[in-house]
Design a protein around this ligand. Structure first.
Ligand SMILES: Cc1cc2nc3c(=O)[nH]c(=O)nc-3n(C[C@H](O)[C@H](O)[C@H](O)COP(=O)(O)OP(=O)(O)OC[C@H]3O[C@@H](n4cnc5c(N)ncnc54)[C@H](O)[C@@H]3O)c2cc1C
Length: 392
């Protein structure tokens, strides 16, 4: 039986970041294997993402995670170059713009105060300042907006995932194209991973970075984690009229739009009652665009009344039904099975900090840099919620 110190299930951005951070840690000398059932990465969230990063969260830990994320992205070449070949993930630092009506103004102000206290460069804008800064924006119903002056934007998410993977491999991490059927548990410890063909690979630690398959995989070890798989769609379009300086704009109803090359991409949480679990469903529902997204963005940005719709695709969020924050770390029943599940729509930007944190849990048994303890799944047992209000 082959055996590794760490077996990571899922080789997309979370698994590959963890693999890289382990291999790069001078205090960790173990062997690492990444199991990836689909090396084409065609349908994983990391490949289908809007790949944007923001500091505008409502919980301190998520803000700190993204402050580290932006630093990592800005200096990606220092970390992930392979033989002098620096990855280029095309970071566009054009900001997020969260908008609020009177009903949401206090929440926006509270979030802004927390973000500013933690060092995020976010401006709180009254309606007249919004109109002056973004003259193409309809502001009549707005009570305020928050704009990320720096440290927010979008990048090539697939490129980030591949850069982690390439660097991890260059540092000696093994990648194997295989599906983990089950985690093998013996006497309260994960001892290995069983593949589809029955082979068992021994493991000192197992990391569950299986995205939409994370709940099923955890269940094979006897853990019931509240991860739901929700379909999220991205629609592209071109606008006939130019608009200058378009950040990632989030309407008060949750619909978002941002620039993408010479066009735009947009999306939205489906209206209440129309958001069932949808694992494996990649069908694009154009009615969401026609009946909800386009009317919203055309009302917010009149220039978007004249557009030419383009391609669209669907991917999946793995969402933590408990409080919309990731479950990171072990449960006491199986201390050497580390979970990294439930990222909702912010797992790409969290991958640098999460991968580093996972590597510290393995190497030291606790966090050494950024303390991510609050994200432990134990919070569910304790009845403690860490509700993230800014889910996009
Ligand atoms: C439409 C959309 C827009 C998004 N926008 C953003 C954004 O703007 N910013 C942001 O930060 N995040 C965004 N996200 C979220 C982000 O993409 C995800 O949170 C992140 O990519 C999750 O990465 P992951 O590696 O944990 O999971 P995934 O990318 O889903 O990867 C899981 C991997 O595990 C493999 N796997 C699964 N089961 C097994 C098994 N049993 N054996 C072996 N391999 C297995 C899969 O093949 C896959 O490669 C978005 C997501 C979607 C769908």
């Amino acid at each position: 039986m082959s055996s590794y110190d760490v077996v990571i299930v899922g080789g997309a951005v979370t698994g590959s970041s963890a693999a890289y951070h382990l291999a790069a840690n001078p205090d960790f000398a173990g062997k690492v294997l990444v199991l990836e059932k689909d090396p084409s990465y065609r349908t994983c969230a990391s490949a289908l993402s809007a790949a944007s990063i923001r500091q505008q969260f409502s919980t301190a830990v998520n803000i700190k995670i993204s402050l580290y994320g932006i630093d990592f992205i800005r200096h990606i070449g220092d970390w992930l170059d392979v033989d002098g070949d620096c990855p280029d993930i095309g970071f566009h630092e054009d900001g997020y713009l969260f908008l609020a009506t009177a009903a949401g103004r206090d929440t926006l102000a509270d979030n802004h105060a927390l973000q500013a206290a933690l060092g995020a460069d976010i401006a709180f804008l009254e309606p007249h300042a919004l109109a002056a800064t973004f003259p193409w924006l309809a502001v009549d119903d707005l009570a305020a907006g928050c704009f990320g002056r720096s440290g927010e934007g979008w990048f090539d998410g697939y490129g980030l995932m591949q850069a982690f993977r390439r660097k991890a491999r260059s540092l000696g991490v093994d990648y194997r194209p295989a599906r983990a059927a089950a985690i093998v548990v013996d006497d309260g410890r994960a001892t290995g991973v069983r593949l589809d063909d029955g082979e068992v690979i021994g493991a000192g630690t197992v990391i569950n970075a299986a995205g939409a398959d994370g709940r099923r995989l955890a269940a094979t070890a006897g853990l019931d984690i509240p991860i739901e798989v929700k379909k999220r769609m991205i629609f592209t379009f071109k606008a006939e009229d130019r608009i200058e300086r378009c950040p990632l704009l989030i309407d008060p109803n949750g619909t978002y739009v941002r620039g993408d090359g010479d066009g735009f991409i947009c999306g939205s949480v489906p209206p209440a009652g129309q958001d069932p679990e949808a694992p494996g469903d990649f069908d694009v529902d154009w009615s969401l665009f026609e009946e909800h997204i386009w009317p919203t963005i055309a009302a917010r940005v009149p220039a978007f009344e004249r557009i030419r719709p383009g391609a669209a695709w669907a991917g999946h969020y793995d969402m933590c039904a408990w409080d919309d924050n990731v479950l990171l770390g072990a449960l006491p029943e199986i201390p050497n099975l580390l979970l990294a599940n439930g990222f909702s729509g912010h797992g790409l930007q969290q991958a640098p900090a999460v991968g580093r944190g996972l590597s510290e849990l393995v190497a030291y048994g606790g966090y050494r840099s950024l303390d991510l303890t609050e994200l432990s799944p134990i919070r569910i047992r304790d009845g403690r919620m860490l509700r993230e209000k800014n889910i996009v």
